[in-house]
Design a protein around this ligand. Sequence first.
Ligand SMILES: Cc1cc2nc3c(=O)[nH]c(=O)nc-3n(C[C@H](O)[C@H](O)[C@H](O)COP(=O)(O)OP(=O)(O)OC[C@H]3O[C@@H](n4cnc5c(N)ncnc54)[C@H](O)[C@@H]3O)c2cc1C
Length: 480
Amino acid sequence: MIGKARCPNCPGCVLSVGAVTAQSNGRPGMDRADVIVVGAGYAGLSAARALRRSGVDVLVLEASARIGGRVHTERIEGGWAIDLGAQSISQGHTAFAALAQECGAKTFTPPTAGRSVLLEGTTHRTFKGQHPPLPPLVLAVLAQAMWRLERLAARIDTERPWAAPGADRFDAMTAATWLRRNLPERRARNLAEVMIGEELSVDVGSVSMLALLTAIRASGGVESGTAAESVLELFVEGADAPALAIAEELGEDLRLDSPVTSIQRLADGVLVGGAFGAVRGERVIVAVPPTLAGRIDYDPPLPAARDHLTQRVPMGSVLKVFAVYERPFWRDLGRTGQAFNLSGPIPVIFDASRPGGPGCLGALIPGRAAHRLAELPAATRRSTVLAEFARAFGRVALAPIDWREKAWAEDPYCRGGYNAYFPPGVLTSVGHALRTPVGPIHWAGSETATEWSGYIEGAIRSGDRAAAEVLGGLSITAGA
Ligand SMILES: Cc1cc2nc3c(=O)[nH]c(=O)nc-3n(C[C@H](O)[C@H](O)[C@H](O)COP(=O)(O)OP(=O)(O)OC[C@H]3O[C@@H](n4cnc5c(N)ncnc54)[C@H](O)[C@@H]3O)c2cc1C
């Protein structure tokens, strides 16, 4: 044993830090670690890495046969990466950038030369630059609404959004209601709905207005969010490269195929169980989205507010697709590979080709459209999407050499994406339970981040925060 400390969250609980012992509670052979981390997404991996680097003995239990969670890189012929989950890093993502640099993961900016495509009804237009060519009235009304959103979001403290001025009022309405009242111009409203839906992977009629303002604030405001998005970079080897580097560092302290189904609070720690057996620890960090955390059986049961939170914070829904071509043929036509569709099921098409690799067009289909498309037979879904690609870039798009897709609601251990969302009434009633530890149980995951929640950046910061919470109660010196 290296050290002992009194736990700040559960009086009477004494934490021990240090060597793994082969016995616990008199049960020979039971695994044991100082801290157990549930989930090997970027949040869990970052928490484990921070703890290990502070000399804490840690064990990560991951349900799936792979690490990464909502980051899922596949390789196509030639070894080129395709990110079926998260793919990009942007300007404000400092923790992710530092991690990537440390791991030697290289990024690139997709080329922007050429003209993008705007589809609206039967209209097909091309344009240069980031912003689709819309009538001045639409752009003016939209700019005014964005200014209002910016001002409202600036009043939110992301640590306590429920305490913001007007929080009850904004949490009693959906984002759709606010948009209807504040953006009477139909095309401008439609564009705002499409942009928000694409950003949150949920229809505006489902998400609380307070939650939308909190998300805007957590990513630095409408303006900075937009600016940051405009300098997106992708990873040459895929967005899982830094996660793989952490997993390698963890070695045998990371176990795959180990879904956690129970967490028992003991007088002096936790017992974390599943079909793999049971592991005894001083603390546990649950680094999975709230609704999945709610599927674990807790003994004794969680406080009512925490349990209700897990019942009321569902996952968004997104279908991500990629069509692969011999080469990025759209560049020969003077196109960027980016297309916006204000009236179809696929709001945005983008170029995800790796430098020197085959052509790769991708699309993210959020919300209701994701559910509808996912329920179609695979061949129909593929032809429906390719027809949209062809509308944007011509008939060549109908004949890809490879096709990859992932409906995130079907992933058994993510059950949706990009992230969880807060429907009306949740933040102001049980939002305070999102990060509050329950005795030796700590909560991490992108959803718990106060900055860049919903991004890998938020996941990393949440893991670091949960590790610091745990370390705050441990009396060991860094690197001991
Ligand atoms: C299609 C898509 C596109 C996205 N695009 C971007 C992007 O470009 N940039 C960006 O920054 N973010 C993006 N995101 C969001 C980003 O992926 C997530 O916010 C982030 O990866 C969440 O990390 P996490 O560690 O909090 O959770 P997760 O990645 O969900 O990790 C949780 C882990 O816990 C495991 N698990 C679940 N239940 C259990 C259990 N009972 N026992 C053990 N293990 C369990 C899961 O298998 C998973 O590995 C995107 C997401 C999706 C789905």
